[in-house]
Design a protein around this ligand. Structure first.
Ligand code: C2E
Ligand code: MG
Ligand code: MG
Ligand code: MG
Length: 293
């Protein structure tokens, strides 16, 4: 009986394994055809300067529309694109779109705002990131200082720190900004932070949410913010959802905030309107006597 059960379990696992595998293959071919059919969209989430209430930039976030409305979230296709070599084409699409869009807002007379693009470790190590960045900047005519490349700590997990330093330094020398994304959630080595030419530290939402309710969380958040500021990095708090969270991260000295409290990511043609709405809101808040205390 136990033998039978064992066999049954093996079948169960095999079935589930092949289901998971075929789901991955289906998603990989969906990514391929969505790229070929130009179905991917890039949406833009405002990043607000807490000192002056201005929207200084946007983060470009990939969206794959579903036939029945709604979007497949990046968490369901980025990792698959990374492991199936589609990330190079997808990454190139995002970089070109984001630079083009950022320049077109300027051409429309909007204030100069930066655009932050997420780049996977695979693009850094196996792709032609520098050439793609150069081509995106050249085609769009965007000022390099208005492009920010966001990398997560997973980029530290492979290969040599010297090679990474070379790539990042060359990008930085072109005037491109560099941000370390999701700080604290991944393969952290504080030594890397010190050696590499990052400009901005993005503190992951997990450190922000619940920090008002929990003194230990708050201490950790305060420590991370002061670490970043102590290293002369610009500090951005991610995932700010409530006014209380905004007050806390502002009080702790974060320079910028990004989160649903201000805005979710918007389609390209809504981004400028959204930024104007946030800036108007900031002015109102400064005029509010209760806030000035
Ligand atoms: P990320 O780079 O850390 O981007 C921030 C994520 O947090 C986005 O999720 C954004 O929609 C979400 N977010 C922002 N504010 C809030 C908030 O107040 N509350 C909550 N709950 N979430 C908030 P999204 O768009 O689902 O993207 C998830 C991740 O997928 C990104 O995390 C990034 O790592 C990756 N990703 C997205 N677009 C790209 C891309 O073009 N290339 C690469 N390589 N990765 C991408
Ligand atoms: Mg990011
Ligand atoms: Mg992040
Ligand atoms: Mg995050």
């Amino acid at each position: 009986a136990s033998k039978e059960r064992g066999r049954g379990r093996a079948t169960y696992y095999n079935e589930h394994y092949s289901e998971a595998l075929s789901a991955r293959l289906t998603m990989a071919s969906e990514v391929r055809s969505a790229l070929d059919e130009a179905r991917f969209e890039v949406h833009y989430q405002p990043i607000t300067d807490v000192q002056n209430g201005k929207v200084g930039g946007f983060e470009a976030l990939l969206r794959l529309p579903k036939p029945d409305g709604g979007f497949v979230p990046p968490s369901e296709f980025i990792a698959i694109a990374e492991s199936s070599h589609l990330i190079a084409d997808l990454g190139s699409f995002v970089l070109h779109s984001a630079c083009q869009e950022a320049q077109s807002w300027i051409d429309e007379g909007q204030p100069a705002r930066s655009v932050s693009v997420n780049v996977s470790a695979a693009q850094v190590w196996h792709g032609d990131l520098e050439q793609v960045v150069d081509s995106a900047l050249e085609k769009s005519k965007l000022d390099p200082s208005l492009l920010c490349i966001e990398l997560t700590e997973s980029v530290f997990a492979a290969e040599s720190i010297d090679r990474l330093n070379g790539i990042l330094t060359r990008l930085n020398e072109r005037g491109i900004q560099l941000a370390l994304d999701d700080f604290g959630t991944g393969y952290s080595s504080l030594g890397y932070l010190n050696q590499l030419p990052f400009d901005t530290l993005k503190i992951d939402r997990t450190f922000v949410s619940g920090a008002n309710q929990c003194v230990e969380k708050r201490k950790l958040l305060r420590g991370i913010v002061s670490l970043g500021k102590g290293m002369d990095l610009k500090v951005t708090a991610e995932g700010v959802e409530t006014e209380d969270e905004l007050k806390l991260v502002r009080q702790l000295g974060c320079h910028c905030v990004q989160g649903w409290y201000f805005s979710k990511a918007q389609p390209a043609n809504q981004a400028a309107v959204e930024a104007a709405r946030i800036e108007a809101l900031g002015m109102l808040r400064q005029l509010n006597p209760q806030e000035r205390q």
